[in-house]
Design a protein around this ligand. Structure first.
Ligand code: HEM
Length: 153
């Protein structure tokens, strides 16, 4: 087993982002608005770093298919789908939460904040599990990318 550099860095970014959301939630519980804002913006920065690494890897290097036993493939695919659903929902809710926080739309923000945070924790946890299943517990399968497909190798 070798640890793949880019997926490891991007998974670490997602974990840091989720931890910062937890910190931000704790800060607002103590009424510390300014430090809540800073933690949440930092969480968003780490999420963006994740996204840049993930999407450039997808274009230039490619996505890796599951390399574990065939009997687990269906479970892995369903789990991956669940993770993608959580992360996409989390990204949309995250943007609305940042926007409503900045614009002082606190009615929306107070309702949405806890939901966004919980979805983001789920994204982080399932993201780490996908990473473990794809690269650590089993050797990754084939990696193919758009660019490689176009260039013919
Ligand atoms: C820069 C962006 C943000 C600003 C300026 C901001 C500001 C605030 C403010 C002023 C409150 C207090 C509302 C009150 O008076 O009760 C609050 C609550 C909260 N925010 Fe944010 N927020 C931001 C981003 C976020 C993000 C991205 C999340 C989620 C990932 C989030 C989650 C929460 C939560 C969980 C609460 C507590 C809600 C409650 O228990 O009533 N915030 N925010």
């Amino acid at each position: 087993m070798s640890v793949p550099i880019l997926p490891t860095i991007s998974t670490v970014c997602i974990v840091i982002s989720a931890v910062l959301v937890a910190v931000g939630w704790g800060r607002i519980k103590k009424g510390q608005i300014e430090s809540h804002k800073k933690s949440m913006i930092a969480a968003a920065v780490f999420a963006v770093i994740f996204f840049i690494i993930y999407s450039s890897r997808t274009v230039f290097i490619g996505n890796t298919s599951f390399g574990g036993p065939d009997s687990l493939k269906t479970y892995y695919t369903v789990f991956l789908f669940f993770h993608i659903l959580l992360s996409t929902t989390g990204a949309v809710l995250g943007i609305i939460s940042l926007w409503s926080g900045m614009k002082d739309r606190l009615n929306i923000h107070r309702k949405l904040g806890p939901v966004t945070s919980t979805v983001w924790f789920g994204t982080g946890i399932t993201g780490v599990l996908v990473y473990l299943l794809l690269y650590i517990l089993y050797d990754g399968g084939e990696t193919t990318s758009l660019i490689k497909a176009i260039l013919g190798n």
